[in-house]
Design a protein around this ligand. Structure first.
Ligand code: LLP
Length: 423
């Protein structure tokens, strides 16, 4: 058999011309489960995780998968089984983490707007740490913990004010962003936290943005965080762990982010040089653990020649793949079976009634109605951000491992959608 992996996608390959994820043919999955259909490679996730594990070999480290990237239970189970903890941002995500049977001590709870109910749920579950983002939140968490006769483990999320050089909507560590406590104010906030009897300070954290493709913003942020560790510890407050967030990018369109192990070799050298190598490290990667594990298989409904543009209308839309509409993001689109006819330049669009409903612009494709396409790099921030806009049911999801494929989410029906409503 002739096996040709797609460049940058080691577990997506043409086998005798037909597109496969690991050992499973995408056209067979589409026939069985319909389209649009998300298909994930378990091996890609484990390989991506292994790069981080190599980076932290011999260290006291905890990898908390940021489940906002893809919170489907079948995906979470892969990471829980591999020993990961979870970074989560809502009571709903906490319920998902507990459903897949993770050790609550490996959970960190991030987010600028945790409610009292969410705090109570986290405390009742005995999670490992609340990443607190404001002094107001410190006060409320203190109150909630005392009312439950507990002490909440806390870390303060610091906004280090470094530019991650990524899309403005997904940069989070700049002064103007809503996230974290200002770097200069952090010592005051730590002293305040230390004065509250319902809190137990365990660490410090930051997260500077997402789809970061260079090491330099990380190195700058690490320096800024270590400056604070020094300052805070001079005040007599011990920081047991350093949580450095997530944000490492993936290859969507020839992007070349550093490999996770190489990046962490650089960062840990910096940490060691400053004498903090004995600390526990927590990281919160999302996209880099799942992004290129997934493809979305979709069928061409019509091709439509136009005066200015030709359109290739597919059955996946902005409700399934929201990233192009939201961030002008690029996802590669390839045919499941290649045709030998000449390619036409198309805008690939969905059926949703908005001009913003595009998935790819100016793509050269040789396609006819009824053909299947695969939208690549669709493992992160696609299904987890999917909506029911236009009363479209959310897609089904399949997890592939070697030659076997398991349905991990059935297609959402109209009945599912109408169930929670009343006339
Ligand atoms: N930790 C915190 C506190 C975060 O806010 C995020 C992502 C992560 C970890 C994980 O970051 P990652 O490793 O996945 O870059 N929807 C956007 C991305 C939003 C990221 C939000 N925060 C997109 O589709 O590009």
């Amino acid at each position: 058999m002739n096996i040709t992996p797609l460049p940058g996608h080691p577990h997506v390959a043409r086998r005798d011309g037909q597109l496969h994820v690991e050992g499973v043919a995408l056209d067979a999955l589409a026939r069985e489960h319909g389209t649009p259909l998300f298909v994930y490679s378990r091996q890609w996730m484990l390989d991506a995780l292994a790069a981080y594990q190599r980076g932290f070999a011999g260290r006291n480290a905890l990898i908390c998968y940021a489940m906002k990237a893809n919170s489907s239970l079948g995906v979470l189970r892969v990471f829980a089984e591999a020993g990961c903890g979870f970074d989560l941002v809502s009571g709903g995500e906490l319920a998902r983490a507990l459903t897949v049977g993770t050790d609550p001590a490996k959970i960190v709870f991030s987010g600028v707007g945790k409610t009292r109910d969410e705090m109570r749920e986290g405390l009742a579950a005995n999670i490992g740490c609340f990443n607190v983002e404001s002094e107001a939140e410190l006060d409320v968490l203190n109150e909630v913990a005392l009312s439950m006769g507990k002490r909440a483990p806390v870390s303060l999320r610091i906004n280090p004010n470094v530019d991650p050089k990524t899309h403005p909507y997904i940069s989070t560590g700049l002064k103007g962003n809503k996230f974290g406590i200002a770097h200069d104010h952090a010592p005051v906030a730590y002293r305040h936290a230390a004065s509250l009897p319902g809190l137990q300070i365990v660490g410090i954290d930051c997260h500077i943005g997402s789809q970061i493709t260079e090491a330099s913003p990380y190195l700058d942020a690490m320096d800024r965080i270590l400056d604070l560790v020094e300052a805070v510890e001079q005040d007599g407050i011990r920081l047991h762990h350093i949580d450095f967030g997530g944000g490492l990018g993936i290859n969507y369109q020839g992007d070349t982010p550093p490999a996770a192990d190489a990046l962490w070799a650089q960062l840990l050298a910096r940490v060691d040089a400053r004498g903090f190598g004995d600390r526990k490290f927590i990281i919160e990667p999302g996209r880099s653990l799942v992004g290129n594990a997934g493809v979305c298989v979709t069928e061409v409904i019509y091709t439509k020649p136009g005066e200015d543009k030709n359109f290739c209308i597919i059955d996946a839309a902005m409700n399934d793949l929201p990233r192009p509409a939201m961030y002008q993001a690029f996802h590669a689109i390839v045919p499941v079976h290649e045709r030998s006819t000449d390619a036409t330049i198309y805008d690939v669009v969905g059926p949703v009634c908005e001009s913003g409903d595009w998935i790819g612009r100016d793509r050269a494709l040789a396609v006819e109605a009824g053909d299947l396409l695969a939208v690549l790099s669709a493992g992160a921030y696609c299904m987890s951000m999917a909506s029911n806009y236009n009363t479209r049911g959310r897609a089904a999801e399949v997890l592939v491992s070697g030659d076997s494929a398991k349905l991990i989410r059935r297609r959402e029906s109209v009945e599912d959608q109408l169930l929670s409503e009343k006339i």
